[in-house]
Design a protein around this ligand. Sequence first.
Ligand SMILES: Nc1ncnc2c1ncn2[C@@H]1O[C@H](COP(=O)(O)OP(=O)(O)OP(=O)(O)O)[C@@H](O)[C@H]1O
Length: 298
Amino acid sequence: MTTTDSLEVRGLTRTFGDLTAVDDVRFAAPPGLLTGFVGGNGAGKTTTMRMIMGVLAPTAGEVRFGGRPVTRADRRTFGYMPEERGLYPKQPVLDQLVYLARLRGIPAARAKAEVLDHLDRLGLAGRSKEHVEKLSLGNQQRVQIIAALMGSPRLLVLDEPFSGLDPAAVDGMVDLLAEHTARGVPVLFSSHQLDLVERLCERLVILKSGRVMADGAPAELQQAGRLRHRFVADGDAGWVRGVPGVHAVDVDGSVALLELADDAAVQRLLATALERGGVRELTPLRPTLAQIYREVTA
Ligand SMILES: Nc1ncnc2c1ncn2[C@@H]1O[C@H](COP(=O)(O)OP(=O)(O)OP(=O)(O)O)[C@@H](O)[C@H]1O
């Protein structure tokens, strides 16, 4: 079943007493894309996701899906991995997942086949009869992921789905998510692992103190980020500090990391370099996601 619905949040706000945990948050998670939701501890990611899923009422604002306000019926078709993982410790893995799948309205035989397939793909095929409490935390996490992915959800909202997973499980998870995005499903997931977010995400929302600090495709955010240059002089580059419009972030012998105010600063830099013996290299450096994140949340 393919889908073309977007998730959209508009002006979403939530207060707890004097604290505004989520403050006028607006962004969209478009169909078929992985949208990464990042921000430090307490930034408001979980609170936003809980409001999207209807677990927590907003103080203000609205959640829309497919171009209209989200309904309870819509939410029953969403896959959600909550921060507080909700598995029954004393039930076997297979029984539990089949039960959860049946709650989503999947017929018994199909539910079992789907669960067994997912267990196999996340490396848990041999564990299906074990009680959840007997599994390692990483394996419990895999079971929790499967619970969210059952039954062709129309939207996936995943709170820290990658935390505690080993690299093989991350790869298995990435493959599974790709099948959902290929069907057009919007996927919103929170993470503190910026390297992983950089690798996976087609869109990014950065939150700080309940507010959206940046929102867009990683390449767009990189374009907007402060462009730096690596400069290598013929000889010591210490003189770059005196060139107007040139900010030397770091100078180490002949190599300098520079921020150049404008084209005129570039020309002044090159002219001065020629007077002093020449230029070996001047290369623009696009900021990494980690640098962008540090800049917008500083
Ligand atoms: N039920 C609640 N009652 C009071 N304060 C709350 C409640 N839920 C969340 N908060 C507060 O709201 C703020 C945002 O919390 P939230 O859990 O959404 O952040 P987060 O970005 O998910 O953080 P983390 O990365 O640490 O999980 C925090 O200051 C938190 O203490």
